[in-house]
Write a protein that binds this ligand. Structure first.
Ligand SMILES: [Cu+2]
Length: 156
């Protein structure tokens, strides 16, 4: 029940010298503004439900967690690659697709997960086949048969 906000802020502060500053500069103001992306909300990845980060690279998706319970989740998709990417979540509850994300940008996608298997992938042409997909299992079941239990820490 700790509130991760404060921590995040500290981390952001530390990193601010680098990329983050650029991103913030891009996303922050409406000055000059990029092409027609008016619905871009700049509220830095807070939405309803549990927060999950999906880092999109060329061509891979890295989720900040692999543990999912039924309920509402907000995925923050960050495009850290050099191509336009997107995030689509497809499973028992239907499918939901984010808008396309330009390199260096991010967006959020809120989904209501039900028990079962979901596919999380990039809907941009061909990217799924290039490796931009991952499968998640929603529910109480612990990790599947793989003995890959040494997942990298998620920052904590
Ligand atoms: Cu992609």
């Amino acid at each position: 029940m700790t509130i991760p906000h404060i921590r995040n802020r500290v981390l952001l502060g530390v990193a601010a010298g680098g990329l983050t500053a650029v991103l913030a500069a891009c996303g922050g103001g409406g000055s000059g503004s990029s092409s027609g992306d008016s619905s871009n909300d700049n509220s830095a990845g807070t939405g309803p439900g549990t927060q999950v980060t999906a880092e999109m690279t060329d061509f891979h998706i890295n989720l900040s967690t692999q543990k999912f319970q039924p309920g509402e989740y907000t995925f923050t998709a960050k495009n850290m690659g050099h191509h336009t990417h997107g995030l689509e979540v497809e499973g028992p509850g239907g499918e939901k697709r984010s808008k396309d994300i330009e390199p260096g940008q991010s967006t959020t996608l809120t989904v209501n997960l039900k028990s079962g298997s979901y596919e999380v992938y990039c809907p941009v042409d061909g990217h799924k086949d290039l490796g931009m997909k991952t499968e998640i299992t929603v529910g109480g079941a612990p990790a599947p048969s793989t003995d890959n239990n040494t997942s990298p820490g998620n920052g904590y």
